[in-house]
Design a protein around this ligand. Structure first.
Ligand SMILES: Nc1ncnc2c1ncn2[C@@H]1O[C@H](COP(=O)(O)OP(=O)(O)O)[C@@H](O)[C@H]1O
Ligand SMILES: [Mg+2]
Length: 252
C-alpha cells in the first residue's frame, strides 16, 4: 500500500504552547488510521492543520506526493480532502437529502447560474439526487431522507456529516470523534460503515477518537500522541502495549 498522506516534522504553536511539536507519520492509501492520545495532546490541532483550518508553523504535509501545507480548506476540498467536526455542523432545518445535496461540489444552485442550458441542469440535478440517495442508503439513513436533520439522534447526525463528506467526492476523510456521545450499538454500526466505505469506495480515513474499547477493533493503524509529539505508531496491539503510550495515559 502506498502512502496517501505524509506528515513531516509539523509544528504549530499557540503563543508559547507547542500544540504540535515535530509531528511525523504517514497514512497509507485505503487504510483506517486512528489518532489517539490524552486530552490536549494535539489531535484536533493536527486535524485542523491537515484540513487547512490552521496553517502549520513549520514542516511539510504531502498529499498524493504534493505539498499541501498551508493551503486553505476549499483548495483541499477540491483535491479530495474532507473533514467532520467534533460537534456536527449540519443545516438543522433542511432535510437529510438537502443536507447531502448542498455538499455536492457543483450543487444545482451553482450550476444553474453557470449553465444556461436548462436541460443540462435538470440532468445534473437528477444525477446529484441519485448519488445523494445512494450515499444515504450506504449509511442506513435513506428511510429518513425527507425529515429535518434536527430530528436525528446524535449518532445519526455523525452519520449525516459523514454522508456530506462523501458527497464532496472525498478520497481522504478526517473524522473528529465520530462516536463520542453515541450509544454502543450505533457506535459499532458507524465503525462498520466506515470499513464498508473504505472497501466499497476506496476512502481513506484519519480518525480521532477516545472510545478505544470500540474503535480499536476496526482500525488498521494507530498513531499515539502526547504533548504535541508522536510517541508510538503501528498495529493496535503493538501501540496499546507500548510503555510510552501507557505512560502518556497514566501521566495525563
Ligand atoms: N485555537 C487555539 N488557541 C489556543 N490554544 C489552543 C487552540 N487549539 C488548541 N489549543 C491548545 O493546544 C493543545 C492541543 O489541543 P487539541 O489539539 O485540541 O488537543 P486534543 O484534540 O488532543 O484534545 C491544548 O493545550 C489546547 O488547549
Ligand atoms: Mg480534540
Amino acid at each position: 500500500m502506498e502512502e496517501l498522506l505524509r506528515i513531516n516534522d509539523v509544528a504549530k504553536s499557540f503563543g508559547s504552547l507547542r500544540a504540535l511539536d515535530g509531528v511525523t507519520f504517514g497514512i497509507k492509501d485505503k487504510e483506517v488510521h486512528i489518532l489517539i492520545g490524552p486530552n490536549g495532546s494535539g489531535k484536533t490541532t493536527l486535524i485542523n492543520v491537515v484540513s487547512g483550518f490552521y496553517k502549520p508553523d513549520a514542516g511539510s504535509i504531502l498529499y498524493q506526493g504534493r505539498e499541501i501545507g498551508g493551503l486553505p480548506p476549499h483548495k483541499l476540498y477540491a483535491m479530495g480532502i474532507s473533514r467532520t467536526f467534533q460537534i456536527p455542523s449540519l443545516f438543522t432545518k433542511l432535510t437529510l437529502l438537502e443536507n447531502v445535496l448542498v455538499a455536492d461540489k457543483g450543487n444545482p444552485g451553482e450550476s444553474f447560474v453557470k449553465s444556461l442550458v436548462k436541460r443540462a441542469w435538470v440532468k445534473k440535478e437528477t444525477e446529484s439526487t441519485e448519488r445523494a440517495m445512494s450515499i444515504l442508503t450506504l449509511l442506513g439513513l435513506d428511510k429518513l431522507w425527507d425529515g429535518p436533520a434536527n430530528t436525528l439522534s446524535g449518532g445519526q447526525m455523525k452519520l449525516l456529516e459523514l454522508a456530506r463528506a462523501l458527497m464532496t467526492g472525498a478520497k481522504l476523510i478526517l473524522l473528529d470523534e465520530p462516536i463520542s456521545g453515541v450509544n454502543p450499538t450505533l457506535a459499532h454500526e458507524i465503525f462498520g460503515r466506515i470499513l464498508k466505505l473504505r472497501d466499497d469506495l476506496g476512502v481513506t480515513f484519519l480518525i480521532v477518537e477516545h472510545r478505544l474499547e470500540i474503535a480499536l477493533s476496526y482500525v488498521d493503524t494507530v498513531t499515539a500522541m502526547a504533548l504535541g509529539k508522536v510517541v508510538a505508531a503501528g498495529k493496535p496491539d503493538q501501540v496499546m502495549t507500548d510503555p510510552k503510550v501507557i505512560e502518556a495515559y497514566l501521566g495525563a
